[in-house]
Design a protein. Structure first.
Length: 299
């Protein structure tokens, strides 16, 4: 069916319902002559007379009545669907899929997602947690959350979190048995707890910076895990030095359960960014989530 067919059918339906070319023309915002031409064009194309016209009245023929009986509900359904789409603009709905690292998902993404889902029950959110970069276009993610230096240049990147800082920590019991490192090179003589990046299949290289010195160290130790809570348990139990984001360890440091070392080698760095394709028009639900994340970054 062509677009012209829908226009002609809608014109006929208006005349049949109004029983008047004058009222139907006013309803559709067209001239009476144009409306009459449209209906005649439809009758010619269908090869059947749809309206019986006299100088005083207009009424559907038998064929016209049958067509009205079919068109009425169909056009009502179309109008209802269009209204529903309008409601979606006013009441956000749909699914948002995001890929994020474990730390960003827990500390930055979840607070905003929790608020969004509580305020908009028709919005669904799926968070895929992993450490590697994902092709969000090919894998049909709406967005990703990563550190700024890992975001591709062709993406829109919006900062959504504060500066971050890493922390090298160990238990007091461990440092009672081993002299605390005074420099990164001293780590070679220590047991260090490794983080395995499960998506990349490799061990995280400890990144340490001071002044113009930028080091990436491969460390060794007795325990390795891809799960931060397990690394924290091992550190608290005295099995070595762990290297984790400050947010994971600050309570243990404050309580004395863990002790920071090499603090002057752990400066702040730019935090998490939400990234998404520049050519993609954000949905209302996604725009709301973005606003919540920006608000959280400002707060």
């Amino acid at each position: 069916m062509r677009r012209d067919d829908l226009v002609d059918l809608n014109a006929f339906l208006a005349v049949a319902e109004e029983r008047s070319f004058t009222r139907a023309a006013a309803r559709l915002g067209v001239s009476q002559s144009a409306l009459s031409h449209t209906v005649r064009r439809l009758e010619t194309r269908l090869g059947v007379r749809l309206l019986s016209r006299t100088t005083r009245s207009v009424a559907p023929t038998e064929a016209g009545e049958r067509l009205v009986a079919k068109l009425g509900p169909a056009f009502d359904e179309i109008e209802g669907q269009l209204s529903a789409l309008g409601a979606l603009r006013e009441r956000p709905a749909g699914t948002i899929r995001i890929t994020a690292t474990q730390h960003s998902a827990e500390t930055v993404l979840w607070p905003a997602v929790r608020t969004l889902m509580a305020d908009y029950p028709e919005v669904k959110v799926e968070i895929s947690v992993d450490s590697g970069l994902r092709d969000i276009v090919a894998e049909r993610f709406d967005a990703g959350v990563r550190l700024s230096e890992r975001v591709a240049a062709d993406m829109i990147a919006v900062r959504i979190g504060p500066d971050l800082r890493m922390a090298a920590v160990g238990a007091p019991d461990y440092f009672a048995r081993h002299l605390a490192p005074a420099s990164p090179q001293d780590l070679a003589a220590h047991r260090c707890i490794n983080l395995r990046l499960s998506t990349l299949g490799d061990l995280y290289a400890w990144e340490l910076d001071r002044d113009d010195q930028h080091l990436r160290l491969r460390v060794d130790g007795q325990f390795t895990s891809n799960h931060v809570p397990m690394i924290l348990r091992a550190a608290r139990a005295g099995f070595g030095i762990a290297f984790l984001p400050d947010q994971y360890v600050h309570e243990d440091v404050a309580s004395g359960a863990l002790v920071r070392v090499l603090e002057d080698w752990c400066p702040p760095f730019a935090g998490y960014h939400l990234y998404y394709p520049s050519r993609r028009q954000p949905t209302p639900a996604f725009a709301l989530l973005l606003d919540l994340l920006r608000e959280g970054a400002r707060g």
